[in-house]
Design a protein around this ligand. Structure first.
Ligand code: SF4
Ligand code: SF4
Length: 200
């Protein structure tokens, strides 16, 4: 591949990330959901005092976060169970002196509590049964703004254009299916039957 081709792919991927960040910039509810739970998904430590961070998507550090994030660990195959074709994940810690990197918050913060899911080539958003954060909003789906749902859905459709991200999603989706770890699914036709919109 020529340098020119590499540069144009780099720009394309950056444009995709930027579009996804923009689409996924909608609040989940009218108001601040963090006030309902004490910002549970933004905790610095878990109950045992272990430091908590979040994973970036493949290429997200390179295209969106390298100038923002300074505190991170690299997770590699020797220590972590990872998709074989991915060499490393950035696990970042957002609580620096300035607190939340709101305008720069990564995809993981924008999509939660939805996760992207691919099954038989069909894309959906899912909420997993196993929750580290136990988001209180999962019991109040009817409050969720449609703009949030559409933004997250369409943002992931953008990100799926990047092959390594599609691979990452496919890999994690297979693990989720094997573990029977889907509580709620949102498809292009809305929430799946027989799951009710409000589970609380
Ligand atoms: S855990 Fe849920 S309700 Fe709490 S801040 Fe995170 S997304 Fe909002
Ligand atoms: S970047 Fe902001 S929204 Fe994301 S976990 Fe950190 S404090 Fe929470």
């Amino acid at each position: 591949m020529t340098d020119k081709n590499k540069k144009s792919i780099r720009m394309d991927y950056q444009a995709i990330f930027k579009k996804a960040y923009h689409l996924m910039d909608e609040a989940i509810i009218a108001g601040n959901c963090g006030e309902r739970c004490g910002y549970h998904c933004c905790r610095r430590n878990d109950g045992d005092g272990k430091r908590l961070g979040m994973y970036l998507l493949p290429l997200e550090y390179e295209y969106m976060q390298s100038e923002v994030v300074t505190d991170y660990d690299l997770h590699r195959h020797q220590d972590y169970n990872m998709p074989p074709k991915i060499k490393k994940y950035y696990y970042i810690y957002c609580h620096l002196a300035n607190g939340c990197l709101r305008n720069h918050r990564p995809i993981q913060c924008r999509t939660y509590p939805f996760e992207p899911h691919l099954q038989n080539g069909v894309f959906s958003l899912v909420i997993e049964k196993e929750q580290i954060h136990g988001c209180v909003m999962i019991r109040g789906l009817s409050e969720w703004r449609q703009a949030f749902i559409d933004g997250v859905y369409n943002g992931w459709l953008e990100l799926l254009k990047i092959p390594v991200i599609k691979y990452h999603i496919e890999y994690l989706s297979k693990e989720r299916i094997v573990a029977n770890n889907i509580m709620i699914r949102y498809t292009s036709n809305g929430y799946d039957h027989p799951i009710k919109k409000d589970i609380g």
